[in-house]
Write a protein that binds this ligand. Structure first.
Ligand code: DNO
Length: 406
């Protein structure tokens, strides 16, 4: 299709193999060098080794997800200047190896957060769920963050207390791990680590975090531009402040402010519909259009909201996201670029997350939360069908650009 359809792959230890990924119909994989600690340089040798592994399987490495941003950069403390330099070197090395779409996020302390990794839907499939009350139980009673109660309505605090008291020790432990120790390349995080990391943000509010983000962008974008790379920021997930920490890439206003932080075309966006849709007032198609020119990567997924203000990950074509409108807008942006003669017209896409369905429900090997083979395969198949249908019906002239030869 026009978009570079990709699957996330966590590297050689991923239970979903490159061969399986190829069979899903994806042509690309997005991955990271998870073995390299945050902040260290990615060498050409390490990058090439991974790239060749992917290409031997008949796929391309279509985007880096992610080149992680160290906490010292987010807090602008300690050796942050050295870390900027390492980031620039990694970008140059990635550029030399032909990688041009580089994902990162600027979420303090934790990356994405869910409270249930195995929430069962009426059809027996399993999905990821974010429950505010359960999160309050974590924040107030498990993490025991100072003044955490003040961040929740009294009735939520009350319900959270009851919920926490009803959990067995084992359940509470598993719940804790699901929240804090769930990120590839960042394993073994404990509650004390989280507390120590949180304390570094005591004096960092929204304005300070935005300023640190801007300083980072201004220092690395010139190198990215020279290297032919585009940095694309992943939205906050969920898109609202948590653990007393600011979140700065959650709303339409944040998108506008991001673009103003650095004019470089290297300052780009990874438009994740699932993350942005966690906030009911986010109107995704206009938000996408407001930054379309800078989008290098889209994550397509939807959410469904419950009356209590919680949300779970819905089937890709269901839930609150106007997926038809989104895919149409992504197609139109690519057409606009083709007409402008831009070489970087193709946008990388991955079906973001997927439910645990069918045979995966009986799998004995652990499934990375959100990254089942069959649920994502289903999502990809639906999204490709949608893209093909839109192209055929509205823009048949551009069908010739589908496929690698374009
Ligand atoms: C979750 C992902 C995120 C994303 C990072 C990018 O499934 O979408 O973890 O990869 O935030 O830096």
């Amino acid at each position: 299709m026009l978009m570079e359809e990709s699957f996330r792959w966590f590297g050689p230890n991923d239970p979903v193999s490159l061969q399986t990924i190829r069979q899903t119909g994806a042509t690309g994989v997005v991955t990271s060098l998870h073995q390299i600690p945050y902040g260290e340089v990615w060498t050409v040798k390490d990058i090439m080794e991974r790239k060749e592994m992917i290409e031997r399987a008949g796929l391309t490495w279509s985007a880096v997800e992610s080149l992680p941003v160290h906490e010292n950069i987010k807090t602008k403390t300690g050796n942050y200047e050295e870390l900027y330099e390492n980031y620039r070197i990694s970008l140059r090395n990635l550029g030399k190896c032909g990688l041009s779409v580089i994902t990162y996020n600027f979420m303090p302390v934790l990356d994405w957060v869910r409270t249930d990794l195995n929430y069962e839907l009426p059809d027996g499939s399993r999905t990821l769920f974010f429950n505010r009350t359960k999160f309050a139980a974590f924040d107030i009673f498990i993490l025991q963050r100072k003044n955490a109660e003040a961040d929740f309505a009294p009735e939520i605090v009350e319900r959270a207390k009851k919920l926490f008291e009803s959990m067995s020790r084992e359940e509470a432990k598993q719940f804790e791990l699901d929240i804090v120790d769930n990120f590839p390349g960042f394993k073994g995080v404990t509650l004390d680590d989280v507390r120590a990391m949180l304390s570094r943000y005591d004096k960092i509010g929204r304005a300070e975090l935005k300023a640190n983000h801007k300083a980072f962008l201004n220092s690395v974008c010139p190198a990215a531009e020279e290297a032919g790379c585009r940095l694309v920021i992943h939205p906050d997930d969920p898109p609202f402040p948590m653990l007393g920490l600011p979140r700065i890439f959650s709303t339409a206003q944040d998108v506008t402010e991001l673009l103003a932080m650095d004019d470089s075309p290297a300052n780009g966006v990874c438009f994740c519909t699932g993350s942005f849709s966690g906030r009911a007032e986010n109107d995704l198609v206009p938000m996408f259009k407001s930054c379309a020119d800078r989008v290098g990567f889209v994550h397509l997924r939807s959410t469904e909201h419950t009356p209590e203000g919680n949300f779970y990950e819905a089937n890709h074509l269901e839930g609150v996201v106007d997926m038809y409108g989104m895919v149409k807008a992504v197609i139109e942006e690519q057409i606009r670029r083709i007409e402008a003669g831009r070489k970087d017209w193709r946008i990388v896409m991955r079906p973001d997350h997927g439910h645990v369905i069918a045979n995966d429900l009986d799998a004995t090997a652990p499934i990375t939360p959100g990254y089942s083979a069959l649920g994502r395969l289903k999502g990809l198949a639906e999204l490709r069908g949608l893209e093909y249908g839109i192209l055929h019906a509205l823009y048949p002239k551009y069908l010739k650009y589908c496929g690698k030869q374009a």
